[in-house]
Design a protein around this ligand. Sequence first.
Ligand code: PAF
Length: 282
Amino acid sequence: MREIKNPREMYLYSLKAKSHGKRVGFVPTMGALHEGHLSLVEEAKKKSDIVVVSIFVNPIQFAPNEDFTGYPRNTGRDKKLLKNFAIDVLFLPPADKLFPDGFKTFVEVDVLSKKMCGRSRPAHFRGVATIVTKLFNIVNPDVAFFGEKDYQQQLIIRQMAADLNFPIEVVSLPTVREFDGLAMSSRNAYLNQKERKSAAILYKALSLAQREIQSGERDVNKLLFRLRSLIGSEPVVRLDYLLAADPRTLQEVKSIKGKVLFALAAYIGKTRLIDNLVVEAE
Ligand code: PAF
């Protein structure tokens, strides 16, 4: 596993690999790796000749009141985990190389970025789209891998890749869950024991939607009311949003037809977690 810090060196490495006909797979991360990330790395290994993983905690996707400073960082542990997968390159760009003084250019994916998490995190997706654009330009992959836990993010990146003519296949993979259904997330590390136990209610609620739809419920208001009541049974959980939407446009829906995305964000104590489930009515 070669470690590269310099964006120019990363760019030339990838260019050379591609000139030799190699297919480059890319897994961008912010580190604090868990099984969700590792499932992306595993798929990247299957679908590419060269696998590049980046670790960069991107300052511009955090608002000033958010957890940029406290975000879990353990590159030593991450490197050990990645060594088991024999990836080709770990790209670790320093912040001042990506965002030098005077940086002024941002990428904004309209409409999709304003919905769901965009309502309470208005600059978040502009930060994500900008860093992913930069990483795409530097790594120049043929295929890039994202987790469906960040459903809105992968949709925005697909839109951005299409709109900006990136010749990159965007692959998204299913959410990896803990034993009780909690979606794996680097932020789960913030939860104390009690909060961790309560956090399982989020996936329970999404699964309730699935069961109710399978039993024939089609009224979104009734479904959301039942889900909210269930989540309300855990006093440490405070919903930021819970909604049902079209999985392609994120437009909210009132009744269940075909595939519907149930998505939520909730504070468990001070920790904000997200989760989602795409449910299909027969
Ligand atoms: O999903 C993440 O870890 C980040 O948002 C990403 C895509 C690496 C951009 O910083």
